[in-house]
Ligand binder design. Sequence first.
Ligand code: ARG
Length: 587
Amino acid sequence: METIPSLLEARLRAAVENAEGVEVSVTLASDTRFGDYQSNVAMVLAKHLKANPRALAQGIVDRIQVSDICSAVEIAGAGFLNFRLSKQWVQARLEDLRADAQLGVPEPGKRRTIVIDFSSPNVAKPMHVGHIRSTFLGDTLARIASFTGFRVVRDNHIGDWGTQFGMLLFGWKNLLNQDALEADPLLEMERLYKVVSAQCKEVPETLEAVRAELVKLQAGDLENLSLWLEMIHLSQSQFDSIYSRLGVKFDVTLGESFYNERLHKVVDELRSLGIARESEGAMCVFSDDAVPPEQDPFLIKDKDGWRANPAMVLKSDGAANYTTTDLATLQYRMEKWHPEEIIYVTDGRQQLHFRQFFAVFNRWQPELAKQVRLSHVWFGAILGEDGKPFKTRSGETVRLAALLDEAEERAYSIVTEKNPALPEEERREIGRVIGLGAVKYADLQPNRQGDYVFSWDKMLSFQGNTAPYLQNAYVRIRSIFRKLVDSGAIWEPGAEIVLGLPAEEALGKKLLQFGEVVLQVLSDHRPNILANYLYELANTFHGFYEACPVIKAEAGLRPSRLELCDLSERVLKTGLGLLGIEVPERM
Ligand code: ARG
C-alpha cells in the first residue's frame, strides 16, 4: 500500500504549477485540530518564484483533486495547506489495511541491499552496557529494513585483532587460572587483561614481554595463533548466548582479522595515489581542501585557528589500524554485496573516525563511493541515576548478561505481585518477555543521540512510555477477545468498519499512520519515532476503549469495534516486533 503522505503528494504535484525543482512534501499535521496532514509546498514555491504564498496556496486549493480522500483542504497561517481525511475514505482504507499482511508498510527495498554493521564487540572483553545500544539499535534497523523489503546483511564486525592480544597472551601464559577460565571465560580473560595492563604501567619488563607476544602473533607464531583462536572461540560462544537470548541474529560475523591481508594493499594504493603521505614516521591522510574548514574532518580548530588533524592509516611501527581495517572492510562489502547503504552503529565518540574514514574512502574509491550511502548511526551514553556513566555499586562496568538476569528477575517479581495465581512457569516466561522488553524499549524510545538515565523503576513501570505499558495495551485487547469467547459469542472477522464516535475515528486514523512511520524510521535511522507512535497508538486505543464499549456494545456496533480492536492488536504486535520486543498473552 502506498502511504497517505505519498498519495497526497502525488495529488499535490498534479495541482502545483511551475513546481520543477520544488520538493512537494506532505507530513502529519502538527496540530490535529486543523487537519490530519499538512504541506508547506506553497511557501516553498513562493520563495522559489518570489510570489505570495497564500495566493499560491489558494490556486492549489482550487485545482487539487482530492475530494475522494479529503473532506476539506484549508489554508492556514502564512500559507500552510491542511488536509482533513474524509470519514468514508478512512473507513474504506482501514478495510484495505486489514487485508494487508504488511499493515500498510510499503516495500521500497525490493531488490535493494543494506549492510548493517552493529554490535561489533571486542574479543576477550565481556559485552557490557555500552554494547547494548549498538545491538538494540542495529537489530531494530535490520528488522525494519527487512520488513520494508530490503535484502539485509547483518554484519558483526567483532574486534578480534588488536593490541589487547599482547596483554592477553602474556597473561594467558603466565597468570591463567584454569578453574576460573572454565567457570566464566570472559571474566577470566577480562581479569588477565586488567592485571597485565596494570603491570605494564609499573614493570618495564612486562611491557616488553607484552609487545613481544603481540609481534609474535602478528608474525604468525603458531602457539600464539592457536591461543588467539581459542580466545576468539570462547568469546564468540558467550556473545552468541547473549544474542540468542535477545533474539538478535547476524548473517555474517567477519571480524577485523578477516581483512588483515588486504591492509597493506590499501596503504600502498593510498600512498601511490597521493592520498596518504608520511608524517613523523606514520602514514597519514591530510585535508585536500575540498570542503570549507567547518566541514573538513582533517582540520581542527584551536585558539590559533585551523590546524591539520590527519587520519592515520599506518602507525610508525608499521602496523595498520582501525581506519585501515575499516577501509578494507568497506571495499570488501561493496564488492561482495553491492549495497546501496551501509549503516554503522556505534557510540558518538567515534564520529570523527567515521567522518574521516568516509572521506578517505571517497578519495580512494570515488566510483564505489557514488554507489553507496554511508551512514554513521551514533548514540549517546547510558547513565546511572546519579547522572554519571552507568556502573555497578562497586564501580565496575555492568555486564550485559547480569543486567538481563536482573531485568527478568525484577519483572518476574512484579508479575508475581500483580498476578500470584498464574502458574510459576508462566510468570517466569512473562517476566522474561517484560524484563527484556523493558530494557530494549528504554534504550530505543529516547532520541538516540542523547544520553539516557538507566532506571529500573521507570522502565518497568506499567504507566508511562514504557514497554510494559505497551505490552499491557496488547494484553488488554487479547482479553477482550477472550471475554467475548467466554460469553459464548463468536467473532466473525471482516465486518464493515463504521467510525461513529470521534474516539473511533481517532483510532482509525492512528492505525493508518503505521506505514509512513515505519518508512520514516528507516530514512532517519530513528527507532524512537516508531516507539513514540506505538505509545500514541496505545493511548488512542485506551481513549477509544473508555468511550466505546466493545463487549457490551449494542449488537449493531460491536462487529466494527472488534475490527478496530483486532487491527490495534496487530499493529501493536508488529510494531513492537520491529523493535525486537515480544508480547505476552497475559500479564
Ligand atoms: N569494535 C568496535 C568497538 O567496540 C566497534 C566496531 C564498529 N564497526 C566498524 N566497522 N568500525 O568500539
